[in-house]
Design a protein around this ligand. Sequence first.
Ligand code: ATP
Length: 445
Amino acid sequence: MDKIVSLCRRRGFVFPSSEIYGGLGSAYDYGHYGVLMKNNVKARWLESMIQERDDIVALDSAIILNPRVWEASGHTQLMHDPLVDCRACKLRFRADALDQAQCGLKPSKHPGEFKDCDLTEPREFNVMLATSFGVLEESAAKVYLRPETAQGIFLNFKNVLQIARRKPPFGIAQIGKSFRNEITPGNFLFRTREFEQMEMEFFVPPDEADEWYRYWVEERLGWYTRYGIRESKLRVRPHEPDELSHYSQATSDVEYLFPIGWLELEGIANRGDYDLRQHSEHSGTKLEYVGEGGERYVPHVIEPAGGPDRSMLAFLVDAYDEEVVAERERTVLRLHPAVAPVKAAVLPLIAKDEGMVRHARALYEELRTRHMVEYDEGGAIGRRYRRQDEIGTPFAFTVDEQTVGDETVTVRDRDSLAQERLPIGGVQDWLEEALERPWKTPKGD
Ligand code: ATP
């Protein structure tokens, strides 16, 4: 994990937030490549949820909702994590995640494992972040930054049913920021207090709930492998009955084998009719489906809930590789081309050669109309390749002396390092096809 953190910083994927003020524990800012890559993760999710299907629509709901929403959803009463204090090191930990935390006195051990640890009994801690809404101090309402994007979806169930004229089974998908006052944030992007979620609520006839639940578990697992994560590093873990959230009838986590162990990437829950019933009761608005023949029911909800930050971390971890080539070490991110921040680099061999630069600039201008492409003329060619390897650029086109004579360029493959000559006029189509080709990591299973 340290290597990933250091690469992300060195290459400007992710920076510690508020750094010049000493940071703000476990808060991060995304730099150029981080933004590009996270946007790719979100775009692939939206494609799979919306573009490639007929039964899901998009939504972007507000972050701050009427506070009554959180009473209806159960968050005000139940969004608690069990908190323990250590009387010896004075740190606080989440009682159910001690295995992800470090002891304050002996960091190689987990809290409670060192002889001097002195943990209190767990107590409940509400993780919603509050703020005030309105300009007058006396009358400003206490509101919460949403701890999940799901509730905004339930509130729009009726709008979508009526205005988008949908009938179950149908889904509503949204990506957006959520906030939780996590007791033990950490492990880089894995757990932060401000993060993004990618959530989809799929409304189904009650007797189809179980079938759709199983369908979405498989579908979501398949999304991670489709974008290159190794199957051997993924598993589905059904929750034990005592682990289930207050709303859940069944939940399975898609877990990834991070360097710190198997951890949740995404949860798929069968929420039953809990949410629509709660909001019907608290708001007085009936949230149900009425069919053409007059049949009515409260749909059940299947929810795949993941996060682009956590997914991005898994993509980075899975892609990270080091190898020795011609006696030189190279670090390479073997990212699926659809997730890689930059798709191709255009490199003139000699920056001072007018002919090469002219050809390279023209190629760059052509390719960038369709893809995120980088032009780099700074430094020795080997160094430029290594820079692209480190950010996971799948292809590099090099313009050399021969290009000026015969209008061909070399393409270098990030993974195999194979080089091939192509006519410069065919590069755009070649790249288009190469980016569509099925890709499998050369890291093996
Ligand atoms: P955990 O048990 O790890 O706290 P959770 O079960 O509370 O997670 P959910 O409420 O199911 O998480 O949230 C759905 C998804 O949102 C998670 O699978 C994860 O990808 C993302 N997520 C949740 N909390 C965080 C966080 N603090 N930082 C980054 N991503 C998060």
